[in-house]
Design a protein around this ligand. Structure first.
Ligand code: C2G
Length: 135
């Protein structure tokens, strides 16, 4: 069984998230998602709209996702790869070349897939905020 892992916050779930999860799953048989906890998000300088528990529920409802585990820090990925017998780590290519991932090529096949254009959690938040200001 070919096992894939990907990581992220997956806040305000949108088609960019669907696309990466769909393509990640298509690369193997089982997809694990390392979902950023609220505490790790503050380390990443992010404040998600939905708390971890709700972001986890949403991901577990996605047919491409087989398992969701908490992502609590930057350093856990090697342990995750070993513990879950991961073959491939997939991320959107906004992470390609990042030191946060490059070192992992010793432990796992790294695949970066083109991100989905014109959609992001911050774009959604920004546009909603602007609409509110216009009213
Ligand atoms: N993504 C995408 N297209 C978008 C937006 C996001 O393909 N329009 C991908 C990102 O590249 C990432 C995944 O969706 O692979 C989740 O994105 P985020 O929730 O923004 O996660 P991020 O903040 O990138 O956290 O340790 C890694 C971090 O947890 C990744």
């Amino acid at each position: 069984m070919k096992k894939i892992i990907t990581y992220g916050t997956f806040d305000l779930f949108h088609v960019g998230h669907v696309n990466i999860l769909k393509r990640a799953k298509e690369l193997g048989d089982y997809l694990v998602v390392g979902l950023s906890t609220d505490e790790f998000n503050s380390l990443k300088g992010k404040q998600s709209y939905y708390p971890y528990s709700e972001r986890k529920l949403i991901l577990e409802a996605i047919k491409y996702v087989d398992e969701v585990i908490p992502e609590e820090n930057w350093e856990q990925k090697v342990d995750d790869i070993k513990k879950h017998n991961i073959d491939v780590l997939v991320m959107g290519d906004d992470w390609e070349g990042s030191d946060r991932f490059n070192y992992l090529k010793e432990y796992v096949e790294l695949i970066f897939l083109p991100i989905t254009e014109n959609i992001s959690t911050s774009k959604i938040k920004y546009e909603l905020q602007n609409d509110k200001n216009k009213k």
